[in-house]
Design a protein around this ligand. Sequence first.
Ligand SMILES: *[C@@H]1O[C@H](CO)[C@@H](O)[C@H](O)[C@H]1NC(C)=O
Ligand SMILES: *[C@@H]1O[C@H](CO)[C@@H](O)[C@H](O)[C@H]1NC(C)=O
Length: 506
Amino acid sequence: MVNSKAYPHTRTSSSVKFLSRKPSPFVITLYIIFLFAFAISVFLFNTRAILEDEPSPLISEVSESQSSRVPDDQLWGATFNNGLQPCVRPTAKYKEAQESHRYITVKSNGGLNQMRTGIADMVAVAHIMNATLVIPQLDKRSFWQDSSTFSDIFDEFHFISTLQGDVNVIKELPKELESVPRARKHFTSWSGVAYYEEMTHLWKDYQVIHVAKSDSRLANNDLPIDIQRLRCRALYYALHFSPSIESLGKKLVERLRSRTGRYIALHLRYEKDMLSFTGCTHGLTEAESEELRIMRENTNHWKVKKINSTEQRIEGLCPLTPKEVGIFLQALGYPPSTSIYVAAGEIYGGNTHLLELTSRFPNLVFKERLAEPQELKQFSNHASQMAALDYIISVESDVFIPSYSGNMARAVEGHRRFLGHLKTIIPDRKGLVKLFDGLDSGQLTEGSSLSRLVQQMHKYRKGSPRRRKKVQHQELRGRARFRTEESFYENPYPECICKSKVRGHT
Ligand SMILES: *[C@@H]1O[C@H](CO)[C@@H](O)[C@H](O)[C@H]1NC(C)=O
Ligand SMILES: *[C@@H]1O[C@H](CO)[C@@H](O)[C@H](O)[C@H]1NC(C)=O
């Protein structure tokens, strides 16, 4: 699925012929003018790319002449990616892995995408620490209670063979080491290379290090380029889903395309756990709000118990409701006939809440409908495997739209950037909430003026190239500061994405 798109053919330049004859002074002047103009246009393009995703003012004047009928190309067309491609090859300085009799065992925590990115980080950590990596154990106690092992979800053989030269990976710790004492470590979150180099002092006393948690153990920024590229190789090339998941995922994408042609993948994060965790009860009944509050109270590892839903929503910290998604998509210009694949678990309140979306967009497609019951049967009791199917269908979609910024949304966005900046529309939830409230209070009405405001607000939020944002809150210190950074896997540009000519050699 990934490889087919990863290395598009490069084109040869047609300017060679132009320079081969002996040029007159006039031609040279023209050529210099041309070069100058070209340099300026490149500069302008880059400035534009960097400006992308900057917060836009809520209500800015848009010229009245603009038509509300949105051209097809703007709805479905690819983003302008300026010839950027994946580049993950190591530099000349990269040191290949040597055989090592020091081992790292890992317990991956979190849901599917937290585990995936955590595993990619552990590959990099094992490389830095010159260790052999034992296939990670997966989290079975997370909210999803999924009993899947690594090889149930991922292609173990492919993982091991793809990483040859980067890190030695073995299925199990050698028998004679199973009972020796291990250094049990909670590595510090968002650490750099120096931290892990220092941690090699553990090898003096231990032959095995056990890593108790794998999420966010490695910094997003300021790591050597070879480490960043190794993270990309691990996530995008080595960590494929198991053959049965890959093949059903592909089949469902083909089925969707043959039935509906183009489709939006909507990550509708409107599931019970998410609403309870975020404390977002906008549009819900008293009884529903109460049910969510009780669930939050009773979930030990969710630290924040008291949440004011109104304040949470105004800050843009709530997932969009199905109704809000409907208004949003319509305002963006998508026609009611648009096919929308709903990448999600069970929607809270089922049809009652969904109806507010299906009334605007009746062509909602769920995997339970898309797949035959017997096709889904082997996956259905495994939330992570179902999430993997959603992941595949989302990465392959024409347009990906997440209703909330969770791990899945970030992972899919980053993967789509990596594959060639496929169109991904990130709702400006904070800005949108003001518009939705304007609708509720009657200050705004749906139609062309709302449409213009929404389109203006999302002009630079469609996934075109820009560098990863570093520190976003200068006033924060230490770890809180890292927490607000854009995640490496949400946007691996510039380290793993570059112009074809310099691919792998910068
Ligand atoms: C890893 O091994 C290489 C030699 O193979 C050595 O140069 C390097 O310093 C080692 N790294 C650490 C962190 O021990
Ligand atoms: C929640 O916050 C809003 C806005 O700050 C406030 O008006 C409201 O009274 C708060 N609700 C509760 C239950 O505290």
